[in-house]
Design a protein around this ligand. Structure first.
Ligand SMILES: [Zn+2]
Ligand SMILES: [Zn+2]
Length: 324
């Protein structure tokens, strides 16, 4: 496929789910950072919709306010004063925890003094998301599919961040007994991790688990293996293996009693915890018989992929790569 071929974007803002969310939750856009639409989804939690700079799909960032500080789970594209917005909404200092290094999730890391993520995510951020050149590459800057919806002055002046690489099950404390646990899943990206808000009983899943309704065939956990991500020079490729992800989903599904809601990085949010067991079932089915897929889809690059569906979950893979 030509690098500059125009890929039409179907804006997430047109989906029925977003209309329902706008009716259900208090929402608005604040002048301090006009690049995210803010939804108040709990007394101490905000979901923020960040428009994608290219064809991949808009995503959700989440702000959780604890007793002493607040944390952004994922931090978007590095456009606008997200940290200032969080500090304005909570009146507390804001830190961040990107689920993985991809530029729609970790692109804004440099504006925070404290960036907590899995060790392999920290390695990938330093390796692939550090310079303006890295940023432009991820955002397809200057290509036909780049969506120039922002002012250049609102792009972060630097992308150099100093992520704190954490081990699996690391606890981030937000004051008193408000704990957030990092749970490594790998699969879609080497350091990909979910974050469990133990008090709020919410699991933030990044790109590991999605709530994928009938009419959303494009929304699945993308598992291409390191070869399917030729844009990146992957460190720790063993974590992108389907068997690795399957083992991690087995462990996570055993902990499903510890949370009631799931908040993914794209698509619908505030879904039931059972999406985790559905994802576990889908990855098992895909590993056992990848040719017995549920549906065929084209990804944002126009590459043919296959979905295995179970319940509300889809796992999406490139058959040639996956069936090896
Ligand atoms: Zn991703
Ligand atoms: Zn993503």
């Amino acid at each position: 496929m030509e690098k500059n071929k125009y890929i039409p974007i179907s804006p997430f803002s047109d989906t029925p789910f977003l209309g329902q969310a706008r009716e259900k939750y208090t929402h608005g856009i604040y002048a301090i950072d006009p690049y995210v639409e803010v939804f108040k989804i709990r007394d101490n939690v905000w979901a923020m919709l960040a428009p994608c700079t290219h064809a991949v799909g808009d995503n959700w960032l989440y702000l959780i306010e604890g007793p002493e500080k607040a944390i952004f789970i994922d931090n978007g594209y590095g456009i606008g004063d997200l940290r200032g917005l969080g500090e304005m909404l909570t009146g507390k200092p804001c830190i961040t925890a990107p689920t993985h290094f991809h530029g729609d999730h970790a692109g804004g890391s440099a504006q925070f003094d404290q960036v907590y993520c899995h060790q392999y995510c920290a390695d990938m951020i330093k390796h692939q998301l550090y310079t303006r050149e890295d940023w432009e590459k991820f955002n397809h800057y200057g290509e036909a599919q780049h969506r120039y919806y922002y002012l250049e002055k609102d792009v972060l002046p630097s992308f150099e961040s100093n992520p704190i690489g954490c081990p699996d099950h690391y606890i981030i404390n937000l004051g008193e007994d408000y704990d957030i646990e990092l749970i490594h899943t790998g699969g879609h990206a080497p350091g990909l991790s979910c974050f469990l808000d133990k008090k709020g009983r919410i699991l933030y899943t990044g790109d590991a688990v999605f709530i994928s309704y009938d009419d959303m065939p494009g929304l699945g956990t993308g598992l291409n293996g390191p070869n399917g991500n030729s844009k990146y020079d992957i460190l720790h490729p063993e974590c992108m293996d389907a068997m690795f992800f399957m083992g991690r989903m087995d462990d996570l599904a055993e902990r499903v009693q510890e949370f009631d809601y799931v908040m993914p990085g794209h698509g619908p949010f505030d879904g039931p915890a059972s999406v985790v067991t559905d994802t576990r079932d889908a990855i098992h089915a895909a590993v056992e018989d990848p040719y017995n897929y549920s549906e065929e889809v084209l990804d944002h690059r126009g590459v043919k992929q296959y979905n295995m569906r179970r319940g509300l979950a889809r796992v999406r893979y490139n058959l040639e790569d996956f069936a090896k």
